[in-house]
Design a protein. Structure first.
Length: 381
């Protein structure tokens, strides 16, 4: 059976160079970075070199990079500490954020009785910046949490604009950058953001490792207590091989960014154009067709399929060897409807199936052709 992987927004394949580098470290640099002997010192030196390298990609200090188990932990670290330790009394977010942000915000509201406010969205799921400014002007001590690139519909936030609105109104700004780090360049020295979450497995690095950018002197306190690792921000023995893998993956991603971006964007455009020809009644959710306001890595498609046939669509695609998602991978295994699409689509459109296809530098044109043919057969059957 043909195998086509179009679920890169869920996770990406490890690059061969990343595997080789991680294997080398697993075999040779196995000391605990907190140990004072030579084995430990070798691991510590490698750890800090990786931290320095990663910080360099974002034009920040190495001390502002805190290694975590991934994006979810980084989101929790920033938001929980902001409320628990930094005096935040209001979280301003949107209803189409990743559940790592939404569920954390809801839990913090229960625990600390904070105010939880949601910024308005337009029909495509774009942030209403005027409403955001209004919320900020009426907030006493707030933190804004808005993702840079939406993981389901691909909308891009004007992160510089939001950061400056927050600074003007003396609010903190946290952004889930899981879908953008490794795919877009961010100069965090120029963008006045306080916290940014990232996860290595979204840019061809290993799972189980990520980082949180924490603006210097933010006052952030740890989420996990124990030893003094990560300058006291995150206890637990560092996973050196995973950190090295993340560093290597990020190095490759940013070294080849423009070339790979052009290739992936071309694949996305080809997918959209060919799908329109094959299935003329198809529509696209969010700003998928807007190159300026949508990421080049994914497309969210609403298919003109009878509602009664919708539940079987992903199963049919899987039988043909095509991997994709109906929403976030964190919820695609359940029967729950996408909370993102439920927020922006009308009832009629929600009756029809929507599928997210996401691309990488490894996606080939013939794989797109195969997928389009399968979709056409399913719709016209």
């Amino acid at each position: 059976m043909k195998q086509v992987y179009l679920d890169n927004a869920a996770t990406t394949a490890l690059r061969p160079r990343v595997i080789n580098r991680m294997t080398e470290v697993l075999a040779n640099t196995y000391g605990n970075a907190s140990s004072t002997h030579s084995f430990g010192r070798s691991s510590k030196a490698l750890l800090e070199q990786c931290r320095k390298n990663i910080a360099g990609y974002f034009n920040v200090s190495a001390s502002e990079i805190v290694f975590t188990s991934g994006g979810t932990e980084a989101d929790n670290l920033a938001l929980r500490s902001a409320v628990r330790d930094l005096g935040v009394t209001e979280i301003i977010t949107s209803k189409i954020e990743h559940h790592a942000v939404l569920h954390t915000a809801e839990q913090l509201q229960k625990e600390y009785d904070i105010k939880l406010s949601f910024v308005n969205l337009d029909a495509c799921g774009m942030i209403d910046y005027t409403h955001l400014e209004s919320l900020l002007q009426n907030s006493e001590k707030g933190i804004v949490s808005l993702m840079h690139v939406n993981n389901e519909i691909g909308n891009i936030l004007d992160i510089e604009h939001v950061a400056r609105l927050c600074k003007e109104n003396k609010a903190l700004f946290h952004s889930d950058g899981v879908q953008s780090v490794g795919h877009f360049k961010l100069d965090l020295k120029e963008i006045p953001i306080d916290f940014l979450a990232a996860s290595a497995h979204k840019f061809h690095g290993p799972k189980g490792i990520g980082f949180c950018f924490v603006r210097k002197e933010s006052g952030l306190k740890p989420l996990i207590f124990g030893g003094e690792q990560e300058r006291g921000h995150r206890a637990g023995t560092e996973s050196i091989h995973n950190i090295v893998g993340m560093d290597e993956a990020l190095k490759i991603a940013y070294t080849n960014l423009e070339t790979e971006k052009e290739k992936i964007a071309s694949v996305k455009s080809y997918f959209i154009n060919q799908l329109k020809k094959a299935v003329p009644a198809v529509s696209f959710n969010g700003n998928c067709e807007d190159k300026a306001n949508s990421t080049y890595t994914l497309v969210n498609v609403c298919l003109p399929l009878e509602p009664s046939k919708a539940p079987m669509l992903q199963f049919q695609l899987d039988l043909k060897g095509i991997a994709c998602s109906k929403g976030s991978a964190c919820q695609s295994g359940s029967n729950q409807q996408s909370h993102v699409l439920a927020e922006i689509l009308d009832e009629e459109k929600l009756k029809h199936p929507s599928v997210r296809f996401s691309f990488s530098v490894f996606t080939r044109t013939e794989e797109v052709d195969y997928t389009i043919n399968v979709l056409k057969d399913i719709v016209t059957a």
